[in-house]
Design a protein around this ligand. Structure first.
Ligand code: ATP
Ligand code: MG
Length: 483
């Protein structure tokens, strides 16, 4: 491998592989940042001015905080050192700094600099410029990407072609600015802390260290205006509140109850990405509950929300909650999770209800399920667009549900070989646990999978005839799908 010039710049002790202690599970949610000395913590006055303009930034020198280069990714350090060497300002910012201070393992490392994206590209061979709304440089190191953002000025005024604002919402924002302006345009104070590679100090323009200490999530600036500029910040508020166990500061929290409708203005593809971040971070159940608490869930999944709100027996909500809890447990155990399963869970109740309606019109199982899925997806896609690679397997899980009722003859052995069988079976188990499907059916499939070939034959030839109470007037605890 050819060594790039800057690689040799890095002190040898930083070349160690990252070794984090996984403390996330045990960390008290509202514990103060571990990375700050008592001396520095005493300096924080909760009533102190929060903006740089009033008092200048709080600068915490290296000896008074514990962010160590040993805990920063090797690639992020390479980028920081190289930018510095080229005469640019270079800082670590965002979730990386926040998580290191909290003793969490950062998900990724973001770099902020005064170099423009074009200048960044000239510095790194392995660099691509991305984004229209925000122009960013991605520096690639194999699978790891370090995102490098140029200091950007904030504000929702339509200054020129580089910033485009409609109804207070920022659609394009490439007006570059100072580090201080960059801090003020970020979302939450705890996300606006800078680690300066020049002297290894921490820089706080917005009171973020104080909020980190108090376990508070606070938007920078006027919350309503900031949510209007970018309504995704409402989802980010929920995400960080759940992920960090932080309280949402009252002024930041209040508009969450009122501004949910703004989510309708967000591109459906961006919402899909944000929702995966929300539900696949290991706190899906809590996130779901908070989104419903603030009335945001209904703007994302209106058909599901209608079903949940109308529930006359507990299973819709129990089903979604169980599905999310199972996903959380899988993430905590380091097992893979699939977006198609998540969406199959989130949209199941409207699909199931429509399926039952169609069955009463004497449609056959398979057609009814296909049509129900078509209708629900057609209404959902304009809000949150589910890419085909996920929507196809999601629909397979649904269409296999009636087929799981067919336990006679050769059908079970054929079904078990279906590529989506396992996911469909897991889905059936969830339904049974939620009281919506017949637990005996789920048990049968559990035993069938564990049985040897002879036993399987006798199980499927044992005269288990499907029951199909198609014309049931009122859905009871066991639905027709699982009848
Ligand atoms: P995570 O741990 O999920 O990566 P993060 O805070 O690093 O959390 P990113 O989406 O990686 O989140 O964004 C990096 C930083 O960019 C944030 O910390 C924040 O300072 C800024 N940022 C991201 N999204 C927004 C937004 N919608 N509005 C304002 N600032 C934002
Ligand atoms: Mg990040």
């Amino acid at each position: 491998m050819r060594r790039s010039a800057y690689y040799t710049e890095i002190p040898p002790h930083n070349k160690r592989r990252l070794h984090y202690i996984r403390r996330q599970a045990t960390l008290e949610p509202h514990s103060r940042p571990e990375g700050l000395s008592d001396h520095v913590m005493q300096e924080y006055d909760p009533e102190a001015p929060r903006t740089a303009t009033a008092a200048g930034p709080l600068i915490v020198p290296r000896p008074e905080h514990n962010i160590s280069r040993a805990n920063i990714s090797e690639q992020a350090l390479k980028v920081l050192y190289k930018l510095k060497q080229e005469g640019f300002a270079a800082h670590l910012v965002g979730g990386g700094v926040r998580d290191l201070l909290l003793g969490h393992e950062p998900k990724d490392f973001d770099v902020a600099t005064d170099a423009t994206p074009e200048q960044v590209r000239q510095v790194f061979r392995n660099c691509r410029l991305i984004g229209r709304r925000f122009r960013l440089a991605h520096v690639h190191f194999g699978r790891e990407i370090i995102e490098v953002a140029t200091f950007r000025a904030g504000g929702a005024d339509d200054v020129d072609a580089e910033r485009h604002v409609e109804n207070g919402m920022i659609l394009r924002d490439n007006v570059y600015g100072s580090i201080e302006e960059d801090a003020l345009r970020r979302d939450f104070t705890i996300n606006a802390l800078y680690y300066n590679i020049n002297d290894f100090s921490l820089i706080d323009y917005t009171g973020g260290l104080n909020d980190l200490r108090n376990g508070q999530l606070r938007l920078i600036g006027d919350p309503t205006r900031r949510y209007r500029e970018d309504p995704v910040r409402m989802l980010r508020a929920v995400r960080f509140a759940c992920k960090l166990g932080f309280a949402v500061e009252p002024d930041t929290e209040r508009p969450l109850f009122e501004l949910g409708h703004l989510l309708g203005d967000i591109a459906a593809a961006r919402l899909f990405d944000e929702l995966i971040k929300l539900f696949h971070a290991g706190y899906g159940l809590e996130t779901f509950e908070k989104l419903r608490h603030y009335g945001l869930f209904g703007y994302l999944f209106p058909a599901t929300e209608t079903c949940l709100a109308q529930e006359d027996h507990a299973f819709p909500i129990t089903f979604v909650s169980r599905g999310l809890r199972t996903t959380d447990e899988r993430i905590q155990q380091g097992k893979p999770v699939a977006p198609f399963f998540l969406y199959a869970v989130l949209l199941w109740e409207p699909v199931r209800q429509r399926y039952e309606q169609l069955l009463t019109k004497d449609m056959v199982d398979a057609d009814a399920m296909l049509q129900a899925a078509d209708e629900v997806c057609a209404r959902q896609q304009p809000l949150v667009s589910i890419p085909k690679r996920y929507s196809l397997p999601m629909r397979e899980i649904w269409s296999l549900q009636p087929r799981l009722l067919q336990r006679d003859g050769k059908r079970p052995s054929r079904l078990i070989g279906h590529p989506r069988f396992r996911a469909a079976y897991d889905f059936l188990v969830l339904r049974a646990q939620a009281g919506e499907a017949d637990p005996e059916l789920a048990d049968w499939w559990t035993r069938y999978q564990e049985a040897d070939p002879t036993d399987r034959t006798s199980m499927s030839e044992g005269g288990v005839k499907r029951k199909r109470p198609r014309r049931r007037r009122k859905p009871a605890a066991a639905s027709p799908v699982a009848g």
